[in-house]
Design a binder for this molecule. Structure first.
Ligand SMILES: NC(=O)c1ccc[n+]([C@@H]2O[C@H](COP(=O)([O-])OP(=O)(O)OC[C@H]3O[C@@H](n4cnc5c(N)ncnc54)[C@H](OP(=O)(O)O)[C@@H]3O)[C@@H](O)[C@H]2O)c1
Length: 347
């Protein structure tokens, strides 16, 4: 499985890097090229809930997760891309995916693309060793030889962007990762990372930020446009508003506590949810598919979480159609802009 990623990775050239967002209708066959190195579906499955106590995970939930995974391994689902992180469930999310990848190998099924993340705690001062050690831990838990996409989880590192870029480049040169990305980076931080990696001949593959109908900030700030200009794919996290945009939660039945991103009272979301519901009925799709299709229409790759096969089946209904410009405009009018944060969400 080892690869030679540096041979063919183009630098800072969006055309050479390949298509990084969907411009027409997303289909199960659509593939996007990130960092000139990996070929991914126009939507990924986020796996924070697989193994993490924030989501109330218990080991007996593994069977539901395995069934969700199996549903998505069917080619007709269109999904070949999963996002995890070393911190999710303190490694348990990666362990679970490692078990599921092993099952694919035993059953002779293709292996999907896996993105994971390094949490650059400020006290992880020593680069590249802190990053390389964490990377080796992820490789072991996932049971792979090479990570497809390795991301810096947040801009909280005290060392400079250039020092972190050198460590990522070292990981690429060692053949331990195929492509590299960042998360929660501001426009300026991302531009710096893009330039620092370019000096190593590496294209920055992605910037992962919270983007949804509850947080249009990456669009209104110009971050998405800048990413596209630089050939950097935008991975949209919490695209379902941590469940708030699925129609399941209401003012009477709010989401469980602890779902901290875009944590608005459900009463504030009523105008938005009413428009989503009408559009969903018109297209005969679940509300979750409207939320995901919106983020695709805005030039991003959503990372929607799914905890059971039914949620996975509903969410892949974001494929096969596209919101009209008028519908996008109507949704823009009731969507929330959100904001950035000092500590975590710079982008
Ligand atoms: N880089 C970062 O800082 C960062 C931060 C946050 C997330 N992420 C990534 O983004 C991924 C997605 O974000 P997220 O997990 O926060 O939230 P999300 O995708 O907005 O929401 C996922 C949750 O919504 C519910 N849901 C999903 N589909 C549904 C459906 N069809 N009907 C009803 N409920 C449904 C499920 O929870 P319930 O069934 O329990 O309601 C599911 O776990 C994460 O898994 C992670 O990979 C990254």
């Amino acid at each position: 499985m080892a690869s030679t990623p540096t041979d063919s990775v183009p630098v800072g050239n969006p055309q050479a890097a390949g298509i990084i967002y969907v411009q027409g209708v997303p289909t199960p066959e659509t593939r996007l090229t990130l960092g000139g190195a990996i070929s991914v579906s126009p939507m990924a499955i986020g796996t924070w809930a697989w193994g993490d106590s924030v989501w109330g995970y218990k080991p007996e939930m593994f069977d539901d997760i395995a069934a969700t995974w199996d549903t998505l391994q069917d080619e007709s689902s269109g999904i070949n891309f999963f996002d995890t992180a070393e911190i999710y469930g303190k490694g348990e999310s990666e362990n679970i995916i490692g078990r599921l990848l092993k099952k694919n190998r035993q059953e002779g099924k293709p292996l999907p693309i896996i993105a994971t993340k390094f949490l650059p705690y400020p006290w992880k001062w020593s680069y590249p060793s802190s990053l390389l050690n964490a990377l080796k831990g992820s490789i072991e838990r996932l049971g792979v030889d090479v990570i497809d996409l390795y991301q810096i989880h947040g801009p909280i590192h005290l060392r400079s962007v250039e020092v972190v870029a050198d460590a990522l480049a070292e990981a690429v040169k060692l053949g331990l990762v195929k492509s590299v990305g960042v998360s929660n980076y501001s426009i300026d931080q991302m531009v710096r990372m893009h330039a620092a990696l370019a000096k190593h001949g590496i294209q920055l593959a992605s910037n992962q930020v919270e983007f949804s109908l509850l947080r249009r900030h990456p669009e209104t700030s110009g971050l998405i446009a800048k990413c596209h200009e630089l050939g950097v794919a935008v991975l949209a996290y919490s695209p379902l508003g941590m469940g708030r945009l699925t129609g399941k939660y209401t003012a009477e039945n709010p989401p469980p506590s602890g779902r901290r991103f875009s944590n608005y009272p459900m009463t504030e979301l009523s105008p938005l949810l009413a428009v989503m519901d009408r559009i969903a009925k018109k297209h005969s799709v679940p509300m979750s598919a409207v939320a995901l299709n919106y983020t695709i229409a805005k030039g991003t790759i959503p990372l929607g979480g799914a905890r059971n096969p039914e949620q996975a089946r509903q969410n892949v209904k974001a494929f096969g159609w596209r919101l009209s410009d008028m519908e996008v405009e109507e949704l823009d009018g009731v969507a929330l802009i959100g904001d950035k944060g000092i500590f975590w969400q710079h982008g």
